[in-house]
Design a binder for this molecule. Structure first.
Ligand code: PHE
Length: 343
């Protein structure tokens, strides 16, 4: 049987290589393979010598082979009757296919999707904007004028081609772009990649991801901000997580705060991850500064709003117990394969 299988393999190669570029060659091919005393008939005849238990699988192989020969013949015949060139690439249907690996989503994407879907349930729409931004949308409109010390907080990559262009340091640029459109109220969430000139280490990187949110309408208050974020934390991290707000400073919000959640690992008792404080800092927020509204032609007497911004890497590190932020961008499939939407 092995001899016969080897023969079949050899015939297959012969068939694939056969150049049937004129009618004589085509006819010779037909006689050799498909004729009354041809290869196919001959092999069919050897069926009786095959042990009964192998007959079925041999029959399948033989059938595949017969089809191959017939298809080559038919395809060339059809083409030559159209007067077209006749070398036809043939597919060997009996070859086993190459398995296609199933991919998985990147942990940052999984975390981003979770965050976004929680805010979507509250009616926030996703808005996106450019990663290469001008000074106005990344800084000036956000109340950081040229010599503002806060620009140092966000060491920036400028484009050498045009120093007015930079890689955005936060996704707040999308908020400005959205406000400039002049359609109110606004309730958006802005996920995206941001860049800062920081030394790459296990804990920080020169690019990372953020989700920022913006809500502008009449009579929006700090209480709305708190309640929105409280809902988010419960949905994201669980019912028994506590939150606290600490006064802070951002040029684009007034008042400003940073929000902490009780430590996911020790539950607030103090451990190495929360540096013994029991709290983890997860986002910055505040009421949109009236000057920012004015910069976007929104009347601060009539409208108010809140904004918040959080990194995606930090909660992903915590959730998955990852200790080195660089793993997220090294594209090592052994790392990436471990994450599924369910975990
Ligand atoms: N843009 C801030 C940052 O990148 C985050 C933030 C957004 C803070 C909105 C307050 C309000 O750090």
């Amino acid at each position: 049987m092995e001899d016969i299988l080897q023969q079949i393999e050899d015939y297959k190669k012969e068939i694939s290589a056969a150049e049937l570029d004129n009618a004589d060659k085509l006819e010779a091919f037909r006689i050799r393979f498909l004729g009354a005393k041809g290869v196919v008939k001959n092999l069919m005849g050897s069926m009786k010598d095959i042990p009964a238990e192998n007959r079925k699988s041999f029959g399948l192989i033989l059938n595949g082979f017969k089809q191959l020969a017939e298809e080559k013949y038919e395809a060339v015949k059809e083409l030559s009757s159209n007067g077209k060139p006749s070398s036809v690439p043939l597919v060997d249907y009996s070859l086993p296919g190459d398995p296609i690996g199933v991919g998985s989503r990147h942990p940052i994407t999984l975390m981003r999707n979770r965050i976004v879907s929680i805010f979507q349930r509250l009616g926030f729409a996703v808005a996106e904007g450019p990663e290469i931004e001008d000074d106005w949308h990344n800084f000036t409109a956000l109340n950081l004028d040229e010599n503002h010390p806060a620009r140092d907080m966000q060491d920036t990559f400028y484009l050498s081609k045009n120093p007015d262009w930079l890689l955005r340091t936060h996704t707040s640029n999308v908020q400005i772009r959205e406000m400039e459109k002049g359609k109110l109220p606004i309730r958006i969430i802005c996920p995206g990649r941001v860049y800062r000139n920081e030394t790459v280490s296990a804990r920080s990187h020169c690019f990372f991801h953020q989700v920022e949110g913006l809500y502008i309408a009449e009579e929006v208050s700090f209480a709305d901000l708190k309640q929105t974020l409280y809902f988010f934390v419960k949905e994201m991290f669980g019912e028994d997580i506590r939150i606290r707000f600490r006064p802070s400073y951002f040029p684009f919000t007034e008042p400003s705060a940073e929000m902490d959640i009780s430590c996911l690992l020790c539950g607030g008792e103090g451990c190495a991850v929360c540096k013994r404080t029991g709290w983890l800092e997860i986002l910055g927020c505040g009421m949109v500064h009236p000057k920012v509204l004015e910069n976007c032609n929104i009347d601060p007497e009539k409208y108010s709003g809140f904004a918040f911004g959080m990194g995606i890497e930090r909660p992903a590190l915590l959730k998955y117990g990852i200790t080195d932020i660089r793993l997220f961008s090294e594209n090592d499939v052994r790392f990436l394969r471990q994450f599924t939407a369910a975990n």
